[in-house]
Design a protein around this ligand. Structure first.
Ligand code: DGY
Length: 325
């Protein structure tokens, strides 16, 4: 029996590409050529090869125009990401296209990056690193680059899903107290002692550090705006590893400049890879290039999960195990 045709939009880890090539008539993008940035080109290639499935990734423009232009042969869109904000889910629904993602396997790695940024922001690690690299370090002094400790501080987690809860677990090891804001309160075994807040004002006013783990999309757009920044304690720290669209960059930059926000750590950006130029000259912000899930182990696991979704639908006639639509 012939293998289903699979169009893969991005270069993926070797082991993932090898499995795709073993089980599918896989059309890979081994050089990571930028055609994946163009929805019309994705649709054209899918039509040209008669794709039954598409393995796309975070940032691919899977908007309504792309989805509407896909050939009828495409039955499933498996994204190599937990986030689905790059996919127009309504358009997929209208077209009867299955959409599946890769939850769970990236929670620890993403929480690790959130914690990395939190430590960088609190302990001024980026500034220190830049100082040493520039050859400007003149030696230890009793008052040089003093940061603030995390010990005993209140960590506020906005979005207490799997990644937020991993972050909480790590923070307990630093003797931090955990508060959270979420669409709804979680059962006690998931809270594990974390304090739930049912209002933004109560939440933001109670915490020393805000770690954002919110999904992208219209409902969270510019959630951290000037008004909510004003609800934070003066000198709070902000970390965002969710989606850049949930921060009002002008408001955060103004707060970092004035010291209203002591320091920030960002892994995601509105309109990435573009980064608001206002951040670039600020010493009190640590900037990473969307590294949340970037470990070998996690990226392999994400690829295998995406392939499990494809296998279920295209090879075994089953439901995708991580179906979103
Ligand atoms: C995701 O999976 O949504 C990430 O942002 C990419 O690692």
């Amino acid at each position: 029996m012939s293998k289903p045709v699979l169009l893969v939009t991005r270069k993926l880890p070797e082991a993932v590409q090898a499995r795709a090539a073993r089980d599918y008539d896989a059309r890979l993008n081994p050089e990571d050529e930028p055609w994946h940035k163009d929805g019309a080109e994705i649709a054209r290639r899918a039509a040209e090869c008669g794709a039954a499935g598409l393995l796309c990734a975070a940032g691919d423009p899977m908007n309504a125009a792309t989805i509407d232009a896909l050939p009828g042969s495409v039955r499933i869109l498996a994204t190599f990401s937990v986030g689905t904000d790059h996919i127009d889910l309504d358009a997929a629904r209208r077209r009867g296209l299955v959409v599946a993602n890769t939850p769970d396997v990236l929670s620890f790695a993403t929480a690790e990056i959130a914690f990395t940024l939190l430590l960088m922001a609190a302990r001024r690690a980026g500034e220190g690193e830049r100082l040493v690299r520039a050859g400007r370090w003149t030696g230890w002094t009793p008052t040089q680059l003093m940061g603030t400790t995390l010990e005993g501080k209140v960590l506020g987690i906005a979005g207490f899903g799997r990644i937020g809860r991993e972050m909480a677990r790590m923070a307990r090891g630093f003797s931090m107290k955990i508060h959270y804001r979420n669409r709804s309160r979680l059962p006690p075994e998931q809270e594990d002692g974390a304090i739930y807040h049912d209002s933004d004002a109560g939440f933001l006013g109670a915490i020393d550090v805000l770690s954002m783990h919110m999904p992208g999309g219209g409902a969270t757009r510019k959630w951290l705006n000037a008004e909510r920044i004003g609800m934070l304690k003066p000198g709070a720290i902000v970390v965002n590893t969710g989606r850049g669209t949930s921060v009002d960059d002008d408001a955060l930059i103004a707060a970092l400049k004035s010291g209203r926000v002591r320091a920030a750590g960002l892994d995601v950006y509105d309109g990435e890879p573009r980064v608001h130029p206002g951040y670039l000259g600020l010493e009190n912000v640590a900037l990473l290039p969307h590294l949340g899930s970037a470990t070998t182990e996690t990226r392999d696991a994400m690829g295998f999960r995406a392939l499990d979704n494809l296998d279920a639908v295209l090879r075994h006639g089953l439901q995708a195990p991580h179906r979103v639509v």
